[in-house]
Design a protein around this ligand. Sequence first.
Ligand SMILES: Nc1nc2c(ncn2[C@@H]2O[C@H](COP(=O)(O)OP(=O)(O)O)[C@@H](O)[C@H]2O)c(=O)[nH]1
Ligand SMILES: [Mg+2]
Length: 249
Amino acid sequence: MSPFDSARREQPRALVIVPTYNERDNLPLLVAGLLQHPNVRVLVVDDNSPDGTGAVADDLATTHPGRIDVMHRTGKKGLGRSYIDGMKQAIREPIDVVCQMDADFSHDPARLPALIAAARDADVVLGSRYVPGGAVVNWPRRRRFLSRFANVYVRLITRLTVRDCTAGFRCWRRETLATMPLDDFVSDGYSFLVEMLFVAAQRGARIAEVPITYVERRVGESKMSRAVILESAITPWRLVAHRGSVKAR
Ligand SMILES: Nc1nc2c(ncn2[C@@H]2O[C@H](COP(=O)(O)OP(=O)(O)O)[C@@H](O)[C@H]2O)c(=O)[nH]1
Ligand SMILES: [Mg+2]
């Protein structure tokens, strides 16, 4: 065995969950970027995208046997449910860390190793826009403001101390994720991300942030909606109201 082989083996084994809805043009490039890294596998969770992303994912799975899995769901049931279903499968796999990221290149696959490396000393790692070195590119002023405001709002109400509570690029130690009450999460979208982080913090998880540059998608459409924003406004209050039950679980 060459030293190179053993170095490869020492890299943590990662499974990256990528939820997709109409990401046909983005997915092949994203997968190519992710598979550059050793010991990385991908789980695509597709909500029966009308644009045929599911079939594109199946083709990728055939081209890269053992490295891509595809979970087909029956319709658009939301980002939160997709992540939960993906995570339930992921925690049963022989891996060290479970990562989550968007399919639209807002999260650069080249940053994945930095998140995985930080999980050596943390239970959850966030790819953060709002720590020194982090940045947002191509967001209109309104979207920038909304995200900044959301973070101040969430931090004030929940007392979370991380800078980017709505970060969607994350890496979990598998054991940490396995102890999370996945069936109890009820929210979707950004709220889901905040809810998971809140519960992890309540349970004493060590949370780290590594800087990322978040780039707004160039291809396809955002699924951000008014309902998503409304849910995000209510969720922090709901979380603190039920704080006790979270801890006890
Ligand atoms: N499976 C699944 N994926 C979704 C759903 N909604 C959004 N996504 C995916 O979640 C990621 C983030 O969504 P996006 O629309 O870019 O939201 P934004 O970045 O907040 O504007 C992308 O990979 C989407 O394809 C959904 O209902 N189901
Ligand atoms: Mg996006």
